[in-house]
Design a protein around this ligand. Structure first.
Ligand code: EPU
Length: 428
């Protein structure tokens, strides 16, 4: 076990290069299973969620070859199993994408229910509704979600709520189904567009990705391709928020500024000077953050995956800010950690009322989930003195080289092992 030890208070200065998008990678990798021949995937983030998916694909029979740190070649030809057990899917939310990908490849799938970050109930009823509309018979077998079909057929599917996961899963299952599938009230996130671009580059016929209506005309087969994953807008937003919370001047490179619009707008409201370039943004912050109200919403709204980071910045704002969570039922579990650092935050259901304090104080805190963990790092960098962040395995799920990247910006952050009691006793 490890923790981060942060000595906060240093302004952030310099350049940080953003990795490939986690939430695109975890959809595109299972999608490779739909091809008849090998695919090369570039700009893969080196994070534990990606490693976990590659391991599952290998166990299903895929041949996975690392070309370099960010590029992998995957030959799906020998995939012959359709079962992803609980042990294989351990802790991974995106395991549900194996349902759509295996149904699309073999007309059958049996996958342990998804794990991942815990912020309230995470149902997959809309995914199931989509598969059933395409003609799959869905059941629970030995605690696993089981689906089978003799032939998947295109259908019209209206999602009852905008769901990234359901939109992706239905695309995966429908891309080789017979006829036309229409997804209405579809999610519009950049990673949905990235998945559609990837599938189209393999020969799929998908139109409308990035709008609320996606049309998928089924094709007989898909061929291998080379594809580079888009930059991670949430990783970019996290470094931008850190620069605003701590102060400084940071150039964030390898990004698509268009994907960062809502984040840029809010950070400007808080007082940051932001310059947009073709593939970079520069964030300068030299004043105390101003108050700002934020409501998270599906894309193009402000992303829920940036909610803990921006709320952390607002703990030291001048005045009172209101942060409203519009996507998940329970994404304020981390607030307790911030109040232990001296933040003044009242949570009322899906709303957090943040009254700015002058400074955060260092304290031992925990990463309660991936983005909350990133927020704890920001809080630790903002507080003068030593903050320790535990349960960092959540952070490693989604942030590549976070210690190295913050260190290059001038932060004092180290990853150190946690000795268990027995080892500590022996060493005493
Ligand atoms: N929902 C349902 N039924 C469903 C599906 C979703 O009620 O069948 C509800 C959820 O409970 C939630 C809302 O719809 O209230 C949106 O859920 P969505 O399906 O969009 O979320 P997801 O696909 O499970 C992805 C990201 C999350 C991100 C959300 C929202 C991946 C692997 N995960 O989750 O990312 O918060 O979309 O943008 O793409 C993260 O990266 O830290 C992360 C949690």
């Amino acid at each position: 076990m490890e923790k981060f030890v942060i000595n906060g208070g240093n302004a952030l200065k310099g350049e940080v290069r953003i990795s490939g998008a986690k939430n695109a990678a975890v959809a595109i990798l299972p999608a490779v299973m739909l091809a008849d021949s090998p695919c090369i995937i570039e700009n893969l983030p080196n994070i534990s969620d990606v490693t976990a998916i590659l391991r599952v694909m290998q166990e299903l029979g895929a041949n996975v070859r690392l070309i370099n740190k960010t590029t992998v070649e995957i030959d799906p030809k020998n995939i012959n199993s359709f079962v992803v057990t609980k042990e294989m899917a351990e802790g991974m939310r995106a395991s549900s994408y194996f349902l759509g990908a295996l149904l699309g490849r073999m007309n059958k799938a049996r996958v342990a229910p998804p794990g991942g970050c815990n912020f309230g109930v995470r149902p997959i009823d809309q995914h199931i509704k989509g598969f059933e509309a395409l003609g799959a018979k869905m059941d629970i077998v030995k605690g696993m979600v089981d689906g089978k079909a003799s032939q998947l057929r295109g259908a019209s599917i209206y999602l009852d709520m905008v769901s990234v996961g359901a939109t992706i899963n239905i695309m995966l299952a429908a891309v080789k189904a017979k006829g036309l599938t229409v997804i209405e009230n579809a999610a519009k996130e950049p990673h949905i567009v990235d998945l559609a671009n990837f599938l189209n580059s393999m020969g799929a016929n998908i139109m409308g990705a990035g709008t609320s209506m996606i049309k998928i005309r089924g094709v007989e087969s898909l061929k291998g391709t080379s594809y580079s994953i888009i930059p991670d807008q949430i990783e970019a937003g996290t470094y931008m928020a850190a620069a605003v919370g701590v102060g400084g001047d940071v150039l964030v490179t390898n990004v698509t500024p268009k994907h960062l619009e809502s984040i840029i707008a809010k950070l400007r409201e808080i007082g940051a000077e932001i310059t947009e370039y073709d593939e970079a943004v520069r964030v300068k912050m030299s004043i105390r953050p101003k108050k700002c109200n934020v409501k998270t919403m599906p894309h193009p709204g402000f992303p829920t995956d940036m909610q803990p980071q921006i709320a952390t910045v607002l703990t030291v704002c001048e005045g009172t800010s209101i942060v409203t969570e519009g996507v998940w039922d329970n994404r304020f579990r981390y607030i307790e950690q911030l109040t232990s650092m001296g933040a003044d935050v009242q949570v009322e259901g899906k709303m957090a009322v943040i009254t700015g304090v002058k400074n955060l104080n260092p304290a031992p805190v925990k990463a309660v989930d991936l983005r909350a963990g990133a927020a704890m790092i920001i809080a630790g960098l903002m507080a003068k003195g030593t903050t320790e962040v535990e349960d960092i395995q959540y952070i490693d799920r989604g942030y590549e080289n976070i210690v190295e990247k913050f260190t290059a910006l001038g932060a004092d952050i180290k990853r150190v092992p946690i000795m268990d009691n027995m080892v500590a006793y022996k060493n005493a």
